[in-house]
Write a protein that binds this ligand. Structure first.
Ligand SMILES: [Ca+2]
Length: 373
């Protein structure tokens, strides 16, 4: 996914090298599909560089929840687990390394349109996508992009090479959380779908209002794995156990032909698919979710090199995305309705996404957590 900054420079001065770097960061084109990568992705370390010397099954804390659950939240008991991936297509998610997190409360679902509407009604908050961008913040951006709007998945009507994501992302004036696909679209019937076009600032503002905060990347992944150990998916190793879809992802030919075989072409109402082992819904697929960590592709390797269990890691102190040096990004997790085995399969729990804090899209939302005390 491109950032607003990159898209605002679309076809002007973004470099081919940057596009290629981002693409190679997403997927290795030498592998025909992520499905074949799944076959490579044994649950055991493949080589020494990926070995996790201290690896054991997750050590899930047995402490009980500190009091009754806040409305809509579930207790995540905390514990120690193997975080990351050994998927060769996801270099930034390697290697597995041991991480411990304290227990916390987590929203059982992504924040919905009706929940976000409640926040806006109570506070008068205006999201970033509804504000006019400041030209000084986007040097080189075409003037037609310096109007309120957001980034919308706009698939071509034909097969296209998968090496340039800017072909299927468009900056759409008037797109925002109330109008997910542009000015003519609306939320009627989507009250329980996740809110989208949410910038990091928007998500933080909501969390603060709700007396909550955004999860760290480690908290998100611990929660997503639901007590399982290094599984490919948040529900296990099999994509469709019993022939049933477990998450809202993309079926068909990406990006031009979305068959919606799982029942949904875009977002799905929260909780449309089974909960994971901790009782959380949509921790894979549906919409990407913000975490509070800055993104660096070398962060996991840095933690692994310490040979220690990382306790409540908060992310690196700064951000680096080699595809767009100088554009600080936060980590996103969980994947979305656009994740496909044909292009990139980052709905897997060890996978990492990233995005510029200013930039929302129609497949990016969030959920909140609350510390135990
Ligand atoms: Ca779908």
């Amino acid at each position: 996914m491109g950032s607003f900054y990159a898209i605002s420079r679309l076809r002007s001065n973004i470099t081919v090298e940057a596009v290629k770097a981002e693409k190679s960061d997403l997927c290795d084109s030498t592998i025909a599909s992520a499905r074949s990568a799944h076959q490579l992705n044994s649950s055991k370390p493949r080589n020494d560089s990926d070995s996790d010397a201290s690896a054991t099954a997750p050590l899930i804390n047995v402490t009980t929840a500190p009091g009754s659950a806040p409305d809509g939240m579930v207790w995540i008991p905390g514990g120690e687990f193997s975080m990351g991936s050994e998927n060769p297509m996801m270099q930034d998610a390697r290697p597995f390394h041991r991480v411990a997190v304290d227990g916390f409360w987590m929203d059982q679902t992504e924040v919905t349109n009706e929940e976000f509407a409640g926040f806006v009604k109570a506070t008068g908050y205006v999201t970033v996508a509804e504000r006019k961008p400041d030209a000084k913040s986007f040097p080189g951006a075409p003037p037609e992009n310096l109007v309120p709007g957001s980034v919308v998945f706009t698939p071509p009507d034909r097969k296209v090479p998968l090496d340039d994501s800017y072909v299927w992302w468009r900056y759409v004036p008037g797109a925002n959380w109330r109008h997910p696909n542009g000015p003519a679209s609306h939320l009627k019937g989507k009250e329980r779908n996740p809110v989208v076009h949410i910038s990091y600032e928007d998500a933080e503002a909501y969390a603060k209002w709700a007396g909550k905060r955004l999860p760290t990347e480690a908290e998100f992944e611990f929660a997503a794995r639901g007590g399982l150990d290094r599984k490919r998916f948040v529900w296990g190793d099999e994509f469709k156990p019993g022939g049933k879809f477990q998450a809202n992802t993309f079926q068909g030919h990406f990006p031009n032909q979305n068959t919606g075989e799982d029942g949904f072409i875009t977002t799905s109402p929260v909780g449309a698919f089974p909960a994971n082992g901790f009782g959380l819904f949509d921790m894979a697929g549906n919409v990407w979710e913000w975490t509070s960590d800055w993104y660096r592709p070398d962060y996991y390797r840095t933690l692994a090199a310490t040979k220690q269990v990382a306790r409540n890691p908060q992310g690196p102190a700064d951000s680096l995305d080699p595809a767009e040096p100088g554009v600080a990004k936060r980590v996103q997790k969980g994947g979305s309705f656009l994740c496909t085995d044909e292009y990139c399969a980052r709905y897997m729990p060890g996978a990492r996404g990233k995005g510029e804090p200013d930039t929302g899209t129609n497949h990016l939302g969030f959920r909140c957590v609350r510390s135990a005390r």
